[in-house]
Design a protein around this ligand. Structure first.
Ligand SMILES: [Zn+2]
Length: 154
């Protein structure tokens, strides 16, 4: 008899997961992750918006080398694609205008640009409601702006 069991894989590293790992990880962090990835990503997953995490795992699934909440010397980037020198910021819905916050955002973009990084702003609602369009657009953007496939895992 053929074994038709398809193992569940860690969303972050594609390692096969055990049933207890899946149970614990989904209950604690909302995503099926292996134990090392749970430890590595726990703080980031708890502090990052649901849409940013969703986009991170969708891009990972497409084989794009993404980093979640990457810290550089000036700020924290929602999703970084270092090989492509592209940063992705998932825009949170704004309820009111805050001058200091707006200027800080502008400075963050400037510092990234100074280092050769382009910042792609993705509307929160696009990830929430039309995730496939968001991911397809990012892939097209990477294809146009980068060396062929340099942003994918080897
Ligand atoms: Zn993992």
């Amino acid at each position: 008899m053929r074994n038709t069991h398809v193992p569940h894989l860690c969303l972050n590293c594609n390692e096969a997961l055990t049933a207890p790992e899946i149970h614990l990880s989904v209950n604690r962090l909302g995503h099926p992750l292996c134990t090392p990835c749970q430890h590595d990503l726990k703080t980031k997953l708890e502090q990052t918006s649901r849409e940013t995490v969703k986009l991170y795992f969708l891009l990972k699934k497409r084989g794009i080398a993404v980093e979640l909440e990457k810290d550089d010397s000036q700020n924290s980037i929602d999703i970084a694609i270092v090989n492509a020198k592209v940063n992705i910021e998932v825009d949170k819905p704004q309820t009111s205008y805050n001058r200091a916050k707006a200027i800080d955002e502008l400075k963050r973009r400037y510092y990234s640009f100074e280092k050769g990084y382009y910042t792609l702003q993705i509307p929160n609602a696009l990830v929430a409601y039309d995730q496939d369009d968001a991911v397809s657009f990012i892939e097209e953007f990477l294809q146009v702006s980068c060396q062929p496939r340099s942003y994918y895992h080897c």
